[in-house]
Design a protein around this ligand. Structure first.
Ligand SMILES: [Zn+2]
Length: 169
């Protein structure tokens, strides 16, 4: 169970079956129900004029020391597109323009009871210069044959990269 106590009144939560037959942490005192909705992550497949892909080296856990696509969690007061552009700027120092939706990926961490969606947009650089950001320690553009599945931090990123390579072969 992700939460033990009610965030509204502080009472201990109990597992109750709701109308949809799923067991959900529920507050017997005030009626609050915790719905474990997926987290929303947004990111970019950023390519340069030589068709190389931008990756960032992660400086924070999880997956510190592995490379990832510029991506992060959406804030509650922004659109998915704005979030993707913002995350890219924060992690790479590059201002980008989006070129449309690439794909949407689902992920699940069974052991942590969490799940999410990664929404990836295609993008190109319109300004700024590459520099490591708040939770990244390097920014680099890689040719397709320089990227290996093993160096990538997340399954969703591996999936995206593999699909692109499969298409271009
Ligand atoms: Zn409560």
């Amino acid at each position: 169970m992700p939460f033990n106590f009610c965030p509204r009144c502080g009472h201990e939560l109990v597992l109750r079956e709701k109308d949809d037959r799923r067991l959900r942490p529920t507050c017997p005192q005030c009626g609050f129900t915790h719905y474990a909705n997926p987290a929303l992550a947004v990111g970019v497949l950023l390519t340069d004029d030589r068709n190389r892909f931008c990756l960032v080296l992660r400086g924070e856990e999880p997956r510190k020391g592995y490379w990832g696509l510029p991506a992060g969690f959406m804030e509650g007061d922004e659109s998915a597109e704005a979030g993707a552009v913002r995350e890219c700027l924060e992690e790479t120092g590059l201002e980008v323009a989006l070129d449309g939706l690439h794909a949407v990926y689902s992920y699940q961490h069974a052991n942590r009871h969490t799940s999410g969606l990664l929404i990836l947009y295609r993008a190109h650089v319109i300004g700024g210069s590459p520099r490591a950001g708040t939770d990244t320690t390097d920014v680099k553009f890689f040719a397709a044959d320089e990227i290996t599945v093993e160096m990538l931090a997340f399954e969703t990123h591996r999936q995206a990269i593999q699909e692109i390579f499969a298409c271009s072969e």
